[in-house]
Design a protein around this ligand. Structure first.
Ligand code: E4P
Ligand code: PEP
Length: 363
C-alpha cells in the first residue's frame, strides 16, 4: 500500500532485513564543505602548530612547563565560552613561562547511560539533534578561540566528527569510557595532535597503558575523507600519547598513585609521566574538591616530581552545575554537565601551579 504523505528521509523498508531499527537517515554536510565555509586563517594554523610542538616537547622532557587543560566540562553556548576564553587567555599569557595552558573545548559528552550528548549532537539542547548546525557552531567557536591566541583541547568521542574540527585541536583526550576501544586507539594513532588516555572508570590503568602502546603503532582502518567518501586510512602511529589519572573506585592523584602508574608505564616500556585530572572521580564530582586535589598535585610538583607533566581542571565562568529543563532558562556561565569551579576560583589554582613549577625548576 502506498501513502500520499511524504515519507520521512529514511532507508526503512518493511520488506528488507536491514535498518529495522533505524528511524530516519538525514543528510550530513561534508568536512570539506564546512572547511570551505570556515577556513583556517594563517595565524590560527601557526598557533596550532606551535602549541602542538610545545606540548610534545613537554611530553618528551625538552620543556619543563606544566600542560594545563582547563575549561568547561562541556560547551553549550558560544558567547559564554568566548567570555571564558578571553579571561583564560589573560592567565595563559601571564603564566606562560611556567604553564602551557590549553582551553578545554569539549563538544562531545560520553554519558554513563543517557543524557545530553553535547554541542555537536544537540546544539540547541532541546532534542532537535541539529548535527549539521552543531558541527558548524563547534568549528566556528574553535576558530574564534584560536583567534584570541589560545590553543584548544577536546575529547574525541565520535569517530567521524574529527574530520570536521581536528586540525584546530592542539591536544586531544580519549575518555575513560573509550580508552579500551580499538577504534579510538586507531583514531589516536592517526591524530595530528598529542593525545591523553584516561584510566578506566573503575580506576584501571592498564587499559590506558595498553592504549598508548596501541596508538603508537601504525594501523589501517575504515573512515571518511574530508569529501565525505569512505576510505581506508593507514596511520603512522602517535608518539605523543600519555595517561590521564582521573580516579575510579578510589582517587589516584597522590604520590603513591603516581609512583604506581609510572611503575606500570615503565614495565610497558613507556615514558614515566602522567597528567592528573583533578576532577571526575579524583574530586568525587564535588567541584570544590578540585582545588584541594590541585594543591596536593602542586605540592608534589614543588617537591621535584618531574613525572607530572600535565593537569586537567573543569572550570566555567560560575561554579556548580545545572540541569537542562525544557522551558526553564539556563543560568549564565554554569555547566550543564559536571560541576565546575568558577573562573574566580580557578585563577589562584593556576597561580599555585605556576609557583610549583618554578620551585621544581629551581631545585
Ligand atoms: O565529564 C562528564 C561526565 O563525567 C561524563 O560525560 C559522564 O557523565 P554522566 O555520568 O553524567 O553521564
Ligand atoms: C568525560 C570526561 O572524563 P572521563 O572520561 O574521565 O569521565 C571529561 O573529561 O569530560
Amino acid at each position: 500500500m502506498t501513502s500520499s504523505v511524504a515519507a520521512p528521509l529514511t532507508t526503512h523498508d518493511s520488506t528488507r532485513i536491514d535498518d529495522t531499527r533505524i528511524g530516519a537517515v538525514r543528510p550530513l554536510i561534508t568536512p570539506a564543505l564546512l572547511e570551505e565555509k570556515l577556513p583556517v586563517p594563517q595565524a590560527a594554523q601557526a598557533l596550532v602548530e606551535s602549541s602542538r610542538a610545545a606540548i610534545s616537547k613537554v611530553l618528551h622532557g625538552a620543556d619543563d612547563r606544566l600542560i594545563v587543560v582547563v575549561g568547561p566540562c562541556s560547551i553549550h553556548d558560544h558567547d559564554q565560552a568566548m567570555d571564558y576564553a578571553r579571561q583564560l587567555q589573560v592567565q595563559a599569557e601571564a603564566l606562560k613561562d611556567d604553564l602551557l595552558i590549553v582551553m578545554r573545548v569539549y563538544f562531545e559528552k560520553p554519558r554513563t547511560t543517557v543524557g545530553w550528548k553535547g554541542y555537536i549532537n544537540d546544539p540547541h539542547l532541546d532534542g532537535s539533534f541539529a548535527i549539521n548546525e552543531g558541527l558548524e557552531m563547534a568549528r566556528r567557536l574553535m576558530l574564534d578561540i584560536l583567534g584570541l591566541g589560545l590553543p584548544v583541547a577536546t575529547e574525541f568521542l565520535d569517530l567521524l566528527s574529527p574530520q570536521f574540527i581536528s586540525e584546530l585541536v592542539s591536544w586531544g583526550a580519549i575518555g575513560a569510557r573509550t580508552t579500551e576501544s580499538q577504534s579510538h586507539r586507531q583514531l589516536a594513532s592517526g591524530l595530528s595532535c598529542p593525545v591523553g588516555f584516561k584510566n578506566g572508570t573503575d580506576g584501571g590503568l592498564k587499559v590506558a597503558s595498553d592504549a598508548i602502546q596501541a596508538a603508537q603503532a601504525a594501523h589501517a582502518f575504515m573512515g571518511m575523507t574530508k569529501m565525505g567518501q569512505v576510505a581506508i586510512f593507514e596511520t603512522r602511529g602517535n608518539s605523543d600519547c600519555h595517561v590521564i589519572l582521573r580516579g575510579g573506585k578510589q582517587t589516584n592523584y597522590a604520590k603513591a598513585d603516581v609512583d604506581a602508574a609510572c611503575t606500570l608505564l615503565k614495565g610497558a616500556g613507556l615514558r614515566e609521566q602522567v597528567m592528573v585530572d583533578v576532577s571526575h572521580a579524583n574530586s568525587s564530582k564535588q567541584h570544590q574538591r578540585q582545588i584541594t586535589v590541585a594543591a596536593d598535585v602542586a605540592a608534589q610538583i614543588a617537591a621535584g616530581d618531574a613525572r607530572i607533566t600535565g593537569l586537567m581542571i573543569e572550570s566555567h565562568l560560575e561554579e556548580g552545575r545545572q540541569d537542562i529543563v525544557p522551558g526553564v532558562p539556563l543560568k549564565r556561565g554554569v555547566s550543564v554537565t559536571d560541576a565546575c569551579i568558577s573562573m574566580t576560583q580557578t585563577v589562584p589554582v593556576l597561580e599555585q601551579l605556576a609557583a610549583a613549577v618554578r620551585t621544581r625548576r629551581a631545585r
